[in-house]
Design a protein around this ligand. Structure first.
Ligand code: MN
Ligand code: MN
Ligand code: MN
Length: 286
């Protein structure tokens, strides 16, 4: 049986498993095709590829790019990308610099508000990755400054809160160009999470298509039937393929278990038809 999960994270960004641990966990869950899509980095892909070969699982090399569009943060997933493509590599390096600077500013602001040790604490917790807000939320929970990650965002990290730092990420066109230049397919990640009006959603998908974007994440973990149905309609209307992904970050969160995803509605063209998963380039099986 084929089981796909095209949106996951490792410690190369804000996941808690190493790429090899992620592959083992996915294999245990019966996943046969997995995309590793860390935030703005390809650093986990080498280790994941080796582990996937051992586990007999097909690895789709991916990335989740932070994009600023219409003054808001969007995530564009790239699937089947060549990790050596210069424009993608350079673009992501710039985003990592932005993320590092933002991280230092967030830490300074937390320290100014009496939360001592934010800089070193988050650096340690991020295990070599550039810090995401998820890392800061985990540190705030670990030190007792917040009860839950949600509370950490509400009190400190969300827009308008003391440690929020407005950031300009990649442009939508830029991100799509990098992904296409790397031979990959662009996917709008978790569209249901942006809470866009229908007018804005139409404008986004229109622009996304114009920049060569090809797919929509129609099925995410925990999405209800109505959301999946609505996103299938959007995919049809804009002639976009559909992807499926859990957005897995850590074990023990029942709503984002690896590979436990609803079926892509049959009226949507599957994105895996556009991915060369059977070729030696992306495959872990002989
Ligand atoms: Mn994340
Ligand atoms: Mn995301
Ligand atoms: Mn994600």
């Amino acid at each position: 049986m084929i089981r796909r999960d095209f949106h996951t994270h490792s410690i190369a960004s804000d996941g808690v498993l190493t790429p090899a641990e992620l592959i083992s966990a996915a294999a245990r869950e019966g996943v046969t095709e997995l995309a590793l899509t860390d935030h703005d980095t390809l650093a986990g892909l080498d280790e994941a590829r080796t582990a996937a070969q051992t586990a007999g699982l097909t690895l789709i090399p991916g990335v989740e790019i932070s994009v600023t569009w219409d003054k808001r943060l969007l995530h564009i997933v790239g699937l089947g990308v060549d990790a050596d493509a210069p424009a993608l590599v350079n673009g992501l390096a710039n985003l990592q610099r932005t993320r590092a600077e933002r991280g230092m500013t967030i830490a300074r602001r937390l320290e100014r508000h009496g939360l001592e040790g934010a800089t070193d604490g988050v650096r340690e917790l991020a295990r070599g990755a550039e810090p995401t807000r998820t890392h800061f939320a985990r540190w705030l929970v670990a030190t007792g400054a917040a009860k839950t990650a949600q509370q950490a965002f509400r009190r400190w990290l969300a827009p308008g809160r003391p440690a929020y730092v407005g950031t300009t990420w990649a442009g939508l066109e830029e991100a799509c160009d990098w992904i296409r230049g790397a031979g990959g397919v662009s996917v709008v990640a978790h569209p249901g999470r942006y809470k866009l009006t229908r007018v804005r959603m139409a404008r986004l998908l229109d622009e996304f298509r114009a920049h060569g974007g090809q797919a929509l994440e129609v099925v995410r973990a925990g999405a209800d039937v109505r959301e999946i149905d609505e996103l299938a309609d959007w995919a049809r209307r804009f002639d976009l393929a559909g992807s499926v992904g859990s957005d897995f970050h850590e074990p023990g969160r029942s709503w984002q278990r690896l590979g436990r995803l609803a079926k892509l509605p049959t009226r949507v063209r599957p994105v895996w038809h556009q991915l060369d998963t059977a070729s030696g380039a992306t495959s872990g099986h002989d």
